[in-house]
Ligand binder design. Structure first.
Ligand code: NOJ
Length: 713
């Protein structure tokens, strides 16, 4: 298929149609009766609908086939529709929510998640997924932190890249592969006060060094699409932001793929106060380089007139449509409009035993043991009760799992009993006072109370920001109830965002299980009984209270840092709370213990062409085998701009047999020691650096070295 030739045969209406994305029901329902409201809202008619280029959301292969058939019947050029949807952490086989997946510090699991998602979604006829979400965030009030990979730019890049590779592999035309649309470009995770869709205002330094790295990694990994964000940046909505879409994305990063707005976000620039009406929105969108408009109709209804009266250059439309048609060709749609869709394959592959097993492997590594005063693993000789609002819950899929079915997930209590745990009571109650007299008898009889607490699936995700991230009072009272009953307790914490856990710290153990997907409870049971050893480490700092937010490990030092010891009033601190988080970035316990000794660096000084080798001995001092994630951070002591106190530059997740000791080695190169200036250029400056290694961002061994122009002999 010669795309240029095809483009030249299209009428202007047909070209503009390719730039519209709408829902599947437009193509299969009676337009006058069943979708009349939607049709009118968007000011569409049948002709415009049947010229649309792509579809948002599809239920299964049979729906896709029906939509495509109906569409092609009316299509003059037989240009197939492209099908896109949000497959975020699994299609039907649901993996841990992305934030939890990142706590595995195992990008291979993220790759697996993307592979399984692509295989399943492709059988349903999907060609593009709106994933990965590469929005860095330092604000747990923002509900969408659940969809990202935490607060660190380095980790964000690694996970984003693996996911793009997992979806696309080397060829998106093959069945089982789908194209990745990285989102939300740009800096959506920095919305003021953590309120979704809110204003973003930040320095170019933060953009380039922290917030843009994830999108850039996805682009470098070959993501075929990028979605704009709802927020403004420099006062300009991202959807019509020329700096973002042209200067940075296309010129500087060399992106050749397709740009797409977020849902209705082109139209919403009117609310932002950046366009008078849809017509002006269309002008700003096309001039900024926005190719596809999702779920609004500024382009469809106005671009033709704007070309005719010479306000908009047709060349801009041609460029956008060329990119869209090229993507359709790359997907292989001109060879097979039903690419991937297969009702039989769908039956066979979706939620297959193999896929569920891989989801379980990911879940096993994505839980974080935050505290453990000898409660875990559970002891078969003791008696347990499990109470709390999530004690019988199978709602473990989490936000953005619209094809996942919670009712197929297993109950934790049954799995624990199967493993020989004496669980004498499981009761889903929202407050201890809801327990009956006979329940209370069993509580008295028990040795340990397991408290299943946290957030509901719908309390995080899009448009689900919170200003108070403590557990509800009712839930905190379970911990005081356990104390009152004179019982040991442990908290099993289901949730989507970092929480303020200060008020439940008197419990004896906390296993942080987020939403781990279809196999969540199966994995949790194995972790609780010790069949598997927890190995997750936090990828966002957990604050002591909401007033510390934004709180993140890689902050600058200030001119008046608070130091340990001595007291000086005029330093950077709070009167009422420490500066440090309750649980730092990189933190997570295991049933094993790991000892770090004998750190060494290969040289005291290196030039920019040399590498620094760093090694440290790590020993599992217990007879319990397990994983440890060894983390490497650097500090640039003095530069033309202030640099963070710590920056993650490497990590290794390593298996240790009982009492095994290993030497762990890293290398640092000039790339790791450089930073970006406000123009987005890489800068390398000589001077003194620190390299730090340890088990989390606070427990580290440190050594200094110099980056020099030449080594003095
Ligand atoms: C709005 C969300 O912000 C975005 O992440 C999603 O991909 C689109 N809706 C499409 O569902």
């Amino acid at each position: 298929m010669d795309i240029k030739k095809l483009l030249n045969t299209l009428t202007i209406e047909e070209k503009i149609g390719q730039m519209l994305q709408i829902a599947p029901f437009f193509f299969i329902k009676n337009l006058e009766i069943e979708v009349a409201g939607n049709v009118n809202d968007l000011a569409l008619n049948e002709a415009k609908i049947f010229r649309a280029g792509s579809v948002l959301g599809i239920r299964n292969a049979s729906e896709m086939i029906e939509v495509q058939k109906n569409y092609l019947k009316k299509s003059r050029h037989q240009i197939p529709l492209m099908f896109m949807a949000d497959v975020i952490h699994g299609y039907e086989t649901i993996f841990p929510v992305p934030l939890a997946l990142s706590t595995s510090w195992n990008p291979k699991l993220a790759y697996d998640m993307a592979r399984v998602s692509a295989i399943e979604a492709s059988t349903a006829g999907l060609h593009v997924t709106f994933s990965p979400m590469a929005d860095l965030s330092r604000d747990p009030r923002w509900g969408r932190v659940v969809e990202g990979f935490g607060e660190d730019p380095y980790l964000n890049q690694i996970f984003t890249k693996s996911i793009v590779e997992g979806y696309q592999q080397d060829d998106i035309s093959k069945d089982g592969n789908i194209a990745a649309c990285v989102k939300h470009f740009a800096a959506y995770g920095a919305s003021e006060s953590g309120r979704d869709y809110n204003t973003v205002d930040m320095s170019r330094l933060s953009m380039h060094n922290d917030y843009f790295t994830g999108y850039k990694a996805a682009v470098d990994a070959g993501a075929h699409l990028i979605m704009t964000s709802f927020n403004v940046l420099d006062g300009i909505p991202a959807t019509v932001n020329k700096y973002l879409l042209k200067d940075l994305l296309r010129k500087s990063w060399g992106f050749k793929g397709v740009t797409i707005s977020d849902y209705d976000s082109l139209h919403q620039i009117i609310e932002h106060g950046c366009a008078e009406d849809d017509k002006e929105a269309a002008i700003r969108g096309i001039e900024a380089g926005l190719d596809i408009e999702m779920a609004s109709s500024c382009y469809t209804n106005y671009l033709k007139k704007l070309v005719e009266n010479q306000t908009v250059d047709i060349k801009l439309i041609d460029q956008a449509v060329y990119r869209i048609l090229k993507l359709k060709k790359q997907i292989g749609l001109f060879d097979n409009p039903y690419k991937g869709a297969s009702i039989e394959q769908e039956e066979k592959l979706v939620r297959s035993a193999n896929h569920l097993q891989r989801a379980k492997e990911a879940a096993l590594e994505s839980a974080v043991l935050l505290k453990n005063d000898g409660i875990l693993p559970l002891n078969k000789k003791l008696k347990y009760v499990m109470i709390g609002p999530y004690a019988e819950s199978t709602s473990t899929n989490g936000p953005w799992s619209w094809h996942g079915r919670n009712n197929l997930n297993h109950q934790l209590s049954e799995l624990l009993v199967e493993q020989g745990i004496s669980l004498i009571l499981t009761k889903e109650v929202s407050h201890p006072s809801d327990l009956s007299d006979s329940d209370m008898e069993l509580v008295r009889e028990s040795d340990v109370i397991i408290l299943a607490l946290g957030e509901h699936e719908k309390e995080s995700g899009e448009a689900h920001s919170r200003s108070d991230i403590r557990l509800p009072r009712k839930q905190e009272s379970f911990v005081t109830f356990s104390e009152f009953m004179n019982k040991k307790s442990m908290v099993l914490l289901y949730h989507g965002r970092p929480l303020d856990l200060t008020n439940i710290m008197q419990t004896n153990a906390i296993l942080d299980v987020y939403f781990l997907g279809s196999m969540a409870n199966d994995a949790i049971a194995d972790l609780m009984t010790g069949v598997n050893n927890p190995s997750g480490k936090l990828t966002m700092s957990y604050p002591r209270n909401v007033g510390q937010i934004p709180i993140y490990y890689n902050h600058l030092n200030t001119g008046r840092p608070k130091t340990d010891g001595g007291h000086n009033e005029f330093v950077s601190y709070y009167l009422d709370v420490e500066n440090s988080p309750l649980f730092p970035f990189g933190y997570g316990l295991s049933y094993s213990n790991f000892n770090y000794t004998d750190m060494s660096v290969s040289k005291k000084s290196i030039t920019k062409d040399e590498k620094l080798k760093i090694s440290i001995n790590v020993e599992n001092t217990t007879n319990i085998p397990g994983y440890e994630t060894v983390q490497l951070y650097i500090r640039d002591y003095s530069a033309t701009i202030s640099r963070p106190l710590k920056q993650l530059k490497g990590f290794k997740k390593i298996w240790f047999d009982q009492h095994e000791k290993k030497t762990v080695e890293f290398e640092l190169s000039n790339h790791d020691l450089s930073f970006m200036n406000g123009e987005g250029q890489t800068v390398l400056e000589t001077g003194r650096f620190a390299v730090m290694i340890g088990s989390n961002s606070e427990t580290l061994t440190k050594m200094d070295f110099h980056l020099v122009k030449e080594v003095v002999k």
